[in-house]
Design a protein around this ligand. Sequence first.
Ligand SMILES: [Zn+2]
Length: 393
Amino acid sequence: MKSIFVFWILILSTIVAFAKPQVLQKVSIHQNDLELTFDSDYDKKAIKYFALDNPPRKVFDIPDTILAKNAKRVIKNSKCKAIRVSQYKPDVVRVVIETSKAYHTRTYRPLLNSNIYCIPLPKNIYKPKPKTTHSNTHHHKKVKKPKKVIKDSYIMPTSKYGRDLVVIDPGHGGHDSGAIGGGKMEKRLVLQIAKRVESELKKLGYRVYLTRRSDRFLKLSQRTKVADKKDAKVFVSIHANSVPKRARNRAYGIETYFLQKTRDTKSQRIAARENTAVLKGAKTKLSKKVIIDSVLNGPKIVQSNKLAIDVQRHMIYYLRQYYKGVKDGGVRPAPFYVLVGASRPSILVEVGYISHYKERKRLFTSSYQKYLAKGIAKGIDRYLKNRKKELGL
Ligand SMILES: [Zn+2]
């Protein structure tokens, strides 16, 4: 009897140990070591370690770990260019040590302290590489080396440009929560992302108008007419997707829509779902056909299609640098009401499926939202620059 009891205690304690992530409480420098202090015994073998060049970096990935809120993110030290600590993934903490020269190190666990991990730092003081001096006075500017090899020809460095206005429309709001998955609401998610898109666009030199900044319901006209009134260059509506229960494990990925009549049943289904909420708030009695026909086959469709392609490609590009299994659902035509009436290139982005467990988890992290927003902003920037070139401006 007693042995069975002990056995159960053992099993239970193992389960508890595996279920709860450890906390990295403190990152500090002690003598010449970087010391990572955990809240409990950690598994030294689980820590993944690799080195990168240009500049030389040592990277440590610590799984099943949460970085304490008050732990330092950047540690200053004379031996390194930088020491950075971050919550790299929801359950992985990453420590990066950047140095002037690659160096050899042997990490260790102090004899008397089983919750500290030590990484020896280089012996010499950090010396930045001498900068190339401007001995010649040619007019070409120094070109910064890109960090990553960029294969896709459509991704080009962007620069500040103009003060054009972009309208960002976070879908739903107020009594209309949009899609719901795992207790999470589309209306909240898309507002968070929209605000991030706004700050990314501002960094690129654009003016931004958000159709809503809080949790409130908007009529259809409040969403689209504003784009015309304010003379915006483009209109981007942000939404999250959802499918019924039976398909929720299969459907995931990022899709961008532009307005067009479509025979594609998938696009029609999604459009139907997004339209119901929008039409509830619309006073207009125009029939579906009239609204759609009034804008079909105009030159705006070509431009909306181009904008959709740029935005979609950039979202996928940025996310794939940091996440595995990002699905490119492509650019599709769809008759969304929200896009009707905005007499400028207009698209609707479905940032992912809130009904898909894994994608939903990612969508609600700040890191995933950041790269999504960056992709949307860079895509808009790319489109507008190409458009100016086309018009000879
Ligand atoms: Zn929606």
